[in-house]
Design a protein around this ligand. Structure first.
Ligand SMILES: Cc1cc2nc3c(=O)[nH]c(=O)nc-3n(C[C@H](O)[C@H](O)[C@H](O)COP(=O)(O)O)c2cc1C
Length: 180
């Protein structure tokens, strides 16, 4: 299985990127690639698109096209998806009716230091991805008080179990047996 995990934060020490890397901890037998470099993707502009797809966009599309499942991990900014992640999805949804996300199994996760875990952003992103043609899995995971739950070493066993079950469901396989 090829799992692509895209974090919507480029911040060093990002809780969302930490959550993204936990996917590799629960799916060690799979090829898990984490991207937290969406700042390489230029802003969507129809003129730029018409002049030729930027290399960074081609790479992102190719990463998505070769994945069996794509996991988006979103921060929440002002109650919604950060621009950097919305921009990436805008590129992935193009050209119209040829979205590389079409029928791609997608999971949405979020993390925030607040007690709500970025649920608004996750919900908005699910809507955007659905409109871009993705097969968004009904279940997701929003990690509240992320500064506590994602800072633990070893990682929070309950969080790992929830993540493992979610991925197993998305991949249609058995969840891994995790030791605490
Ligand atoms: C511009 C801005 C707006 C924010 N708005 C929200 C918000 O609406 N809801 C929320 O839970 N956290 C909000 N936060 C706090 C982020 O959840 C927090 O900075 C988080 O650590 C960002 O994710 P990261 O750690 O993956 O970079 C906001 C942060 C910024 C910079």
């Amino acid at each position: 299985m090829d799992i692509l995990v895209i974090s919507g934060s480029t911040r060093e020490g990002s809780f969302n990127t930490r959550l993204a890397h936990l996917v590799a901890a629960v799916r060690p037998e799979d090829a898990v690639r984490v991207r937290n470099d969406l700042d390489v993707v230029p802003f969507y502009d129809g003129d730029v698109e018409a002049a030729g797809i930027p290399r960074a966009v081609e790479q992102l599309r190719s990463d998505v096209a070769s994945a069996d499942v794509v996991v988006f991990v979103t921060p929440e900014y002002n109650g919604t998806v950060p621009g950097i992640l919305a921009n990436a999805v805008e590129w992935l949804s193009r050209p119209a009716r040829e979205s590389v996300l079409q029928d791609t199994p997608v999971l949405v996760l979020s993390a925030s230091p607040t007690p709500y875990g970025g649920t608004w952003a996750a919900e908005h992103l699910r809507g955007v991805l659905t409109r871009a043609g993705a097969a968004v899995r009904p279940a997701g995971l929003s990690v509240a008080t992320a500064h506590q739950r994602l800072g633990q070493v070893p990682s929070d066993p309950e969080l790992l179990a929830d993540l493992g079950a979610l991925l197993a469901d998305a991949l249609d396989v058995q969840p891994p047996a995790l030791s605490a």
